[in-house]
Design a protein around this ligand. Structure first.
Ligand code: SAM
Length: 243
């Protein structure tokens, strides 16, 4: 079977995305390392450097999942800071909470189950918002970007880390082969779940390319928007500011 995502109604997409992350939550970290051959760690490290979180800042790690970014941010923001791990999916959020508690991180962390399209936070609250490999899963991306803009302080920064479109000539066909053949196979072997990983490959294809996403961020009100291609554009880190 096939998700055929462009044709499914909205509630159906929301339900399926929920199922995907519910079903992978327990194996999420292992699968991330396996599927990306460990490279997701470099993409996230780059994001953490660009975030440049300082002591006392308020940070929202949106669609934060198991908390790879929140873990670093919590240490950097320190006792006077606040780091919110927000995710729509209770299974992912619980996995994140367990993991961060195991790391001994408790005092400046908050966990909020919420939808990126309607963020449950006051206006102008955060110094920084990150959303890593999350925007792709959101149904109404424009609503989500507008909501992020609303909760960001003037002077605050948004970083969107997401799969994008390869820009290196010749990379495309190998990447297609990898994502449409190898990913579902690994999903089947490791998580006994080829379908979730087929969804992953499909959602990556449908995600807006670098310039389109920059335009969407500008339409939502963000300024000085730019992006950095990582690994030949397989992933891009987008940056924008609220002034
Ligand atoms: N940020 C983490 C990382 O980089 O490892 C997790 C990324 S995971 C691929 C995507 C996450 O987005 C899932 O935990 C999923 O539950 C969450 N998500 C999907 N739709 C969402 C929405 N509308 N609002 C908030 N989170 C959402």
């Amino acid at each position: 079977t096939h998700f055929g995502f462009s044709k499914v109604p909205r509630e159906e997409k929301v339900r399926r995305v929920g199922e995907v992350f519910h079903s992978v939550a327990g194996k999420y970290d292992v699968m991330n390392d396996l599927m990306s051959l460990g490279i997701h760690r470099l993409w996230k490290r780059y994001t953490i450097e660009m975030a440049a979180v300082r002591s006392g800042q308020r940070v929202l790690d949106l669609a934060g999942g198991t908390g790879d970014l929140a873990s670093r941010f919590s240490r950097l923001a320190g006792p006077k800071g606040e780091v919110v791990l927000c995710d729509i999916n209770a299974s992912m959020l619980n996995a994140g909470r367990d993991r961060l508690a195991d790391e001994g991180l408790v005092e400046n962390l908050r966990y909020v189950q919420g939808n990126a399209e309607r963020l449950p936070f006051p206006d102008a609250h955060f110094d920084l918002i990150t959303i890593a490999f999350g925007l792709r899963n959101v149904t109404d991306k424009d609503a989500a970007l507008a909501s992020m803009y609303r909760v960001l302080k003037p002077g605050g920064k948004l970083l969107v880390l997401e799969f994008s479109h390869p820009v290196v000539p010749g990379l495309g066909p190998f990447y297609d082969l990898y994502s449409f053949k190898a990913l579902p196979l690994m999903g089947r072997l490791v998580a006994n779940d080829a379908e979730s990983y087929r969804y992953l490959a499909e959602s990556i294809r449908m995600h807006p390319d670098q310039d389109t996403l920059r335009g969407m961020m500008e339409s939502a009100g963000f300024e000085h928007c730019d992006y950095f291609n990582l690994t030949g554009g397989i992933v891009a880190l987008h940056r924008g500011y609220r002034f």
